[in-house]
Design a protein around this ligand. Structure first.
Ligand SMILES: [Zn+2]
Ligand SMILES: [Zn+2]
Length: 241
């Protein structure tokens, strides 16, 4: 860090000291979560479904699949999420998603790296789940793209922000049941420049995985365009059932 930048960081810390993103308690260093809030977060660890990453309550042999993946194997190869999407993780993710809190990017990328080390190593290219341009205008940024870009840079992976595009504006999925979510995202995505992904392992980044319908549809389109493997890495996932 240059001398000037170091002084500037000290001035910034003085005017606006680093705070916990979840409870605003002051902290000694930036890009941290305070110990109290950290305890509230439910990190997803093994045992879990080998494909979609759903945590299991009981220890079960390595490579087991959850009921949903056994009934219908997802089109993506593997999905992993750092946290259970609950009241605690919402306090971390929603301000980032809707509140322009871009200073959270380094912290959130560190969480993705801790959970997705294996996926990142195997990836040839990293890309975000795209937003439709109308939603992009409303939100100003695609938050998943901010995460994907920093992750790709940090690991010297190819970053492809414009290869997968959303061609249909879909209603927000929040309250739709699973079968309607699938219909909602059908034919919503397309691949531009398939040469960039042919035969490649793709790591797709998003903030929250809900039913997995979006991840599944993205994987279908990417594979049809020639991608070898599609891996999904998200900050959190809904863990019902
Ligand atoms: Zn806190
Ligand atoms: Zn599963």
């Amino acid at each position: 860090m240059s001398y000037f930048r170091m002084i500037w960081t000290h001035i910034l810390d003085f005017i606006c000291p680093p705070a916990c993103p979840m409870c605003r308690a002051f902290l000694r260093a930036p890009n941290q979560i305070c110990p109290e809030c950290f305890k509230e977060l439910d990190f997803i660890t093994r045992p879990q479904c080998a494909v979609c990453g759903l945590p299991f309550e009981f220890d079960i042999w390595e490579g087991s699949l959850c009921g949903a993946c056994l009934r219908k194997k997802p089109r993506y190869d593997v999905a992993r999420a750092c946290l259970v999407y609950d009241e605690a993780s919402k306090k971390l993710i929603l301000p980032f998603k809707h509140g322009d809190r871009m200073e959270l990017v380094p912290l959130l990328v560190r969480l993705l790296e801790q959970t997705g080390g294996d996926l990142i190593r195997r990836a040839d290219a990293v890309m975000p789940v795209p937003l439709h341009r109308l939603r992009l205008m409303k939100r100003k940024y695609n938050q998943a793209a901010l995460l994907a870009q920093k992750l790709a840079r940090g690991h010297r992976k190819r970053y492809l922000p414009h290869t997968l595009v959303r061609i249909r504006h879909t209603p927000i999925q929040g309250h739709l049941p699973p079968n309607q979510r699938r219909k909602n995202v059908a034919r919503a995505f397309a691949v531009k420049c398939p040469d960039q992904i042919r035969g490649k392992n793709i790591l797709l980044i998003d903030d929250v995985m809900t039913s997995g319908a979006t991840a599944d549809e993205c994987a279908r389109v990417l594979k049809r365009a020639g991608a070898r493997r599609v891996m999904i890495l998200t900050l959190a996932r809904v863990c019902r059932g």
